[in-house]
Design a protein around this ligand. Structure first.
Ligand SMILES: NC(=O)c1ccc[n+]([C@@H]2O[C@H](COP(=O)([O-])OP(=O)(O)OC[C@H]3O[C@@H](n4cnc5c(N)ncnc54)[C@H](OP(=O)(O)O)[C@@H]3O)[C@@H](O)[C@H]2O)c1
Length: 269
């Protein structure tokens, strides 16, 4: 791996908004060569290059990685950040909607991993950071498929980490709590909410809208990404979360399942 504090070539998926944009701008300001991605047309952003990539399209992912290699000849780190949210009572969401979510949040990251691993193996070094979510640890009411997609990405990351270690490639996951971004506006939603779920769903969305509005600065996640990049032996999982949100991860491990569910539902009353 490059020596700590030396400039690295970094690919960050989803560099047009929210956490990814903050990571790109922060790493670029630290002197790294940064490529962010977006489904929209490519261009120059705050100190970094924004290149076109649609995670749902393997050819587009391969093309974006080829562009990075053509310009920089190497890829030291990849931050699999791009992702979608989803909201709705589980019964109301169609399998097609859930599949679209998994296609972006899980298979999208997998497409990127497949595109960069041959180069990282050739280099004998590389770092892959998968941005999952605190939601990977528990089923969130009315966001169950989001939790499921992030839990799937966690297990994927764990396996990948063991398989590519012999090639000098480090893999870690980073679980953010709530950060102030555009994720709420872009969530997949059900066509309609059926009557029995209306009250609970509306209450949950009201709470969620309020807490996201007051949530934290994505630059915190950007600083954590740089810390992971500088660590020759990163941990398997990092948390970017505070207070009650961070405590919930510990409680989930310690408390009997039904008791934890009661605590969770109290939050949504
Ligand atoms: N915000 C939070 O509280 C929070 C908490 C935990 C985890 N996370 C995770 O953090 C990551 C970033 O989310 P965010 O909150 O920053 O959301 P955001 O502001 O909505 O940004 C999402 C980014 O993903 C990109 N993207 C979405 N679908 C894509 C696709 N099919 N192909 C390529 N790019 C795609 C978007 O780029 P274009 O639209 O320009 O293509 C955008 O740059 C996600 O994985 C999310 O699950 C967020």
């Amino acid at each position: 791996m490059p020596k700590p504090n030396t400039p690295q070539v970094v690919l960050v998926t989803g560099g047009s908004s929210g956490i990814g944009k903050a990571v790109c701008a922060y790493l670029a300001a630290q002197g790294h060569t940064v490529y962010g991605t977006s489904r929209k047309p490519a261009g120059q952003a705050e100190g970094y290059q924004l290149i076109a990539m649609d995670l749902a399209d393997e050819a587009s992912v391969n093309q974006a990685v080829a562009e990075v290699l053509a310009n920089s000849n190497r890829i030291d780190a990849v931050v699999n950040n791009a992702g979608l949210g989803i909201q709705g009572a589980t019964e109301d969401l169609t399998p097609g909607q859930a599949t679209a979510l998994f296609d972006t949040n899980v298979m999208g990251a997998h497409r990127v991993v497949r595109a960069v691993l041959p180069q990282m193996r050739k280099q004998g070094s590389g770092l892959i950071i998968n941005i999952t979510s605190l939601a990977a640890n528990f089923g969130l009411p009315y966001r169950g498929f989001y939790s499921a997609s992030k839990a799937a990405l966690e297990r994927y990351t764990e396996t990948l980490s063991m398989e590519v270690k012999p090639f000098g490639i480090r893999v870690a996951s980073l679980q953010p709590g709530e950060y102030k971004t555009n994720i709420g506006a872009n969530r997949i939603r059900p066509a309609q909410t059926s009557e029995p779920y209306k009250a609970g769903y509306n209450r949950a969305m009201e709470l969620l809208g309020g807490s996201l509005h007051y949530s934290r600065d994505p630059n915190e996640v950007a600083r954590l990404v740089e810390r992971i990049m500088a660590d020759p032996r990163p941990r398997t999982v990092y948390y970017a979360a505070h207070g009650k949100q961070r405590l919930a991860v510990l409680l989930k491990k310690l408390l009997p399942g039904r008791f934890f569910q009661r605590l969770m539902m109290q939050e949504y009353k």
